[in-house]
Design a protein around this ligand. Sequence first.
Ligand code: DUC
Ligand code: ZN
Ligand code: ZN
Length: 467
Amino acid sequence: MSPLDLVIAGGTVVTAADSYAADIGIRDGRIAQIGHDLTGADRIDATGLLVLPGGIDAHVHLDQPTSDGTTMADDFASGTRSAAAGGNTTVLPFALQIRGQSLRACVEEYHRKAKGKCHTDVSFHLIVSDPTPQVLGQELPALVRDGYTSFKVFMTYDDLVLNDAQILDVFEVARRERALVMVHAEGHDAIRHLTRRLEAEGRTAPYYHGQAHAQIAEREATHRAISHAQLIDVPVVIVHVSGRDPMEQIQWARARGLKVHAETCPQYIALTADDLRGLNMDFDGAKYVCSPPPRDADSQAAIWQGLRDGTFYIFSSDHCPFRIDATGKDTPRARSSFKYVPNGIPGVETRLPILFSEGVGKGRISLQRFVALTSTNPARLYGLYPQKGSIAIGADADLALWDPTLTRPIRQADLNHGCDYTPYEGMEITGWPVRTLLRGRTIAQDCVPVGDPTGGHLSRGTSEAFA
Ligand code: DUC
Ligand code: ZN
Ligand code: ZN
């Protein structure tokens, strides 16, 4: 057998199942041996470090167009550099279909955007905004066969919302083709009604975004999505779940044996609705505008419980990057009403440190659950396992070497995303990635991206939700 190319020596290997002291031997970009006293052409000393499967962020937005023409702050280069610096080796961005556009043309456009730029591996989810007979009958089935095995539907936003009949149609195709549907569950009419009322009352500051996107609207849409999925008999993922009320709907569904998976995100454990007040009900609150919005302390406690008890299967960033300057959120239009503030905040680089520090570090979740939520489960759910998401012989050598004792705050000045702010500025974190490896090559060191872009697009298999 040819010698190992690289040995990661002396670390503590952590998987979703266990932790143990071992060396990892890498050959041709894959894990070839796990053992003791391994030798290879090259060696990285991991003494005192945790050796984790590289993070898989299953929900990021890169280089997407927006309805008002605002440019996203990250393209595939900066977004994946930022991801690598934060301990990730794979991200799943969206290919967003613009109404009237063929889904195949949309996917090709995102391949052009990503080509030669990716520092991590990537794999596209499809956003279906125009489920024409051609899309439902031909394009989606063909794309699923080509390895695009998940799509997202929206229950709100003028340019994306699907009505119930359209959602049922998409679910039907998903069931037939064994593709996994992700649902943005917020009720469009309820949000529009509340928005109109708030604007009429002169309540237009960013804070009122959180009031317009009420948890009741999220709860209602979550239940509706679950009911539609039950009707069609198809598994679904409710993405970016923000609080107790939608969680209860998910638990209700699970108690009945329905295949409903759920995702939550850092903003729902680290931010609250009060952050949207800004310094004094001013535009600073726009830094925290995302949908669904952060809720209250009670919902944060519920989310932690859900991360512990398995209500949540995955923890993603929902990285949706806009600058807070005049090229991003801060336009005269956005200052005239919260409804024009682009919805989204950055988080691909801070997702893992926040969950590690607040979760593992503060005894709220185990190290095994941390790995499951951030790497192994997303790989399983989105058809990447066992190539990705684990430390096992034959898997890609995608690793994050983690210093569990390193303490420093999150600072915009240290981050690598294209945004000009972080909503987590000053948050004290214990536990940072110190080296990220993609197929055995170092792509970040001490939270700084290194090397040329060597990531590629992954075609995916069927979700384990269909097992
Ligand atoms: N939904 C997302 O998934 N991301 C950002 C904004 C949104 O509404
Ligand atoms: Zn969404
Ligand atoms: Zn999103």
